[in-house]
Ligand binder design. Structure first.
Ligand code: NI
Length: 166
């Protein structure tokens, strides 16, 4: 396994729209393992393939306290959403920034697991937020795009400054 490089906002590659995974094979499972290592090392609770510059519909989440409950979503689609809730979000591609975003309160998602088996999951709370946040990455959308233009440009400047310091 390997820790992969995470793209930082405002890297234009974060706006790439991901393509569906055609076959869940050994290459995909290797990428899942590398993404998991990357996410746990960061540390974070969710990571989309887009963030490691792989533009396929794959995301991983682990919202457990013990960090031993990895959930894999391949070609995810939301088949139902209900309610509305604001939640303070962060993102491994926008380090150090936490802002409130309003999303659906609950979602029902259909996806394939790491064995290519289809499953349906009803999610609420943090898991629901996380699924919606990571699915946005697959559409080329970063959570700061929900914020006002002023806030967004402040964040962009802060990130550019950070990357120059590195
Ligand atoms: Ni993110």
């Amino acid at each position: 396994m390997a820790v992969l490089n995470i793209l930082n906002y405002p890297d234009p590659r974060l706006h790439t729209v991901a393509k569906p995974v055609k076959e869940v094979d050994a290459n995909i499972r290797r990428l899942i393992d590398d993404m998991a290592e990357t996410m746990y090392a960061a540390p974070g609770i969710g990571l989309a393939a887009t963030q490691v510059n792989q533009h396929i519909q794959l995301l991983i989440i682990d919202t457990s306290e013990t960090k031993d409950a990895l959930q894999v979503f391949i070609n995810p689609t939301i088949i139902e959403k209900n309610g509305e809730r604001a939640f303070e979000e962060g993102c491994l591609s926008v380090p150090g920034v936490y802002e409130s975003v309003t999303r659906a309160e609950t979602v029902t998602v259909e996806a394939l697991d790491r064995n290519g088996e289809k499953f349906t999951l009803h999610a609420e709370g943090l898991l629901s937020v996380c699924i919606q946040h990571e699915m946005d990455h697959l559409l080329g959308k970063v959570f700061v795009e929900y914020l006002s233009p002023l806030k967004r440009s402040r964040i962009k400047n802060k990130m550019l400054k950070l990357s120059r310091q590195k």
